[in-house]
Each structure stands twice: as structure tokens, then as C-alpha cells.
Design a protein around this ligand. Sequence first.
Ligand code: FEO
Length: 383
Amino acid sequence: MKVADGIINVGVNDRKIDLFEGLYVVPNGIAYNSYVVLDDKITVFDTIDSRYGDEWLANLDEVLGEKTPDYLVVEHMEPDHSASIAKFVAKYPEAKVVANARIFSMIAQFFGEELKFDKVEIKDGDELCTGRHNFKFVFAPMVHWPEVMVAYDITDKILFSADAFGKFGALDCDEPWDDEARRYYIGIVGKYGAQVQTLLKKAAALEIDMICPLHGPVLTENLGHYISLYDKWSSYTPETDGVVIAYTSIYGNTKKAAELLYDKLVEKGCSDVKIFDLARSDKYTVLAQAFRCSKLVLASPTYNSELFPHTRAFIDMLCERGYKNRTVGIIENGSWAPVAANLTRKRMADLKNITFAENTVTVKSALNAESVASVEALADELL
Ligand code: FEO
């Protein structure tokens, strides 16, 4: 797939994968991008997942014809991008591998010291001239592993951004960028907001016309939109003043309370409210929506004197990713000793800048006049 003059994506769409990283559902698959830059010296940016190594090399062959690559740039060592390095080196023993010291050490970890190749070791800020193109390398540790570096093509103003600005979904799926890029970012990189902010600051000094990520489409227009979303996500700033209600329910009574809150919010004019059953929804979708909105309501029964397992797991997912700067409301249910509200507050106690709503809804088995009134009060407070 042509990306620009002399730049071709020889990557592969993976529509067979069930769970990306063994964790994330990808109903529209995922793309592993690999870019070839044809110049006096030919450069390949990153390999791909081991299951598609042969297909990728065949794509590369088709583009190169009689030529052979001079450089393989390795930006990231997660195996969805690095697993075919040994295959590449075996096929093109004359090519030099361009990477930083940490990447070379990870290549040895993954492939063993016996994998031999010529190295060009890059330091932060180094440049590589391939003829017309001049690539400047910028280290981007923890976006999303410690060894990551991105490359900026000074000539054509293209940022080869590794995982940054990637999304779930094969390249031939027709879906909007924001939701699946957000789910990808929050799930996979969400913990590393500070490091993404550092990369964005470095990128702000560059004039960028095109972004070539290792997943998802090449971004060519309206780059401010994508960069501003990345800025919001990585600074833990809500995109919207909306409400996410995430509930679990055993016999339907907690669900009724959550749905009543939803109805009240809509009735009172809230235009952005979403409700999810945590047991039956993709939790990473709910997580991404929770980061999108400024307010989250967690509704859980008490179970074995604990939170209901799906709620507990969901709170852990929020905590792992440093959820902050939000308002959290709580609905609890318990027939004899409701403790879910206290446990929710305790579990989230270390999160920064979380304001718990003053109105906590306690349902004793089923909604009654008192709990209906407290749902109403919580709706008013959230608005
Ligand atoms: Fe797409 Fe962090 O690998």
C-alpha cells in the first residue's frame, strides 16, 4: 500500500487474531504496519508478528524486486513488531539493523546472542541519511516499552511513531478512528501518560505532515485532532462532561437502580450518558469510555462481604492506569450488610484528584421510596 512517493506499507492485516496481547477483543482485527522507504539506501521500518512473517517478506519482495534493503530500523521490541527480525536477517544478511542499545539488548533476549547482524547504534537525537531522506531518531521510553524510539523524516515531515497514534482494526475496516484508538491507547499505554506527554512535547517542536504508526491508518489530515486527543488522554483530562454508569447486578435490582439513574440523567438534560453491564460488556470499552467522560458511577452489589467480582476487576483496571481528575458516584446494594460503597472508596483511595459524590445510593435488596429519592439526588449532584 503506497503511503507517499517512495514509501510503501508492506504490513499485514490480522483478522484471525481473537485477543490482541491475549487481552483485548479486536472485532475488526488489527494491522501490523511495516514501512519501506525507497531511496539511495532502502530502509524498512519494523518487522511484524511471527504468524505473518512469510506474508510480510513476500510483500517486501514484491516492492523491492531485484533490490535488497540496506537498513532495518527497529523502533519497538514488542513481538507484534519484532518477531520477524531473525527471518529478515536470515534473508538479508547484508542489511544493517538500526536501533538503540536497549533494543539491541532485547533482540539478544528474544533471539539469543547467536543472531548476528551488522548494527548501527543510535543515540537519542541521532540522524540517518539514506539519500534524499534524513531520519532523526527521538527516544520515547514507555510509549509503550522502555526501548521505544520514533523516527522523524526531516525531508518529508513524516513521523514514524511506533505504537503512538495506533488503533485497533485492520486497515480495510471502515470504522472511525477515535473510539478504537482510545480503547487501544487507554488499555495499552494508559498507565504511561507522563511519558506520552514528554513525547508530545518533543513532537511539538517538529513540523509534522504525516504520522505513520505501527497499527492503524496513516494519518495525513487534521493531525491537530489526533494530537489533541493524545494530549487529553495522556494528561488524564476528560474529553467531555459526560457520565458513564458501570454496573453489576445479580438478580436485577442493582441494574434497576443504575437504569433509574440513567433515565433521571437523560430526563434532566444530560446529553452524554452511557450505561454498561460490566459482566456482559468488553471491560476495555467501558474503561476507555470512563476516561473519555468526566464522571463515573459504579454500581455494585455486596458479594462475600466484597465488591462484586466484575466491579472489583474494573476498579483495578482504572487504578493500574492511574485514573484521575474525575467525579465518582456510587450505588451499592446489600440485603443485610451493604459494604460496596466503602470498599469502592477504599479501593480508589490512592487515585489522585477523585471527588466522590456526596450522595451515595444504598439499595437494601430492592429500590424503595428512599433509595429512589437518593438516586434522584445523585443525578442532581452529577448534573
Ligand atoms: Fe504494537 Fe507495544 O506493540
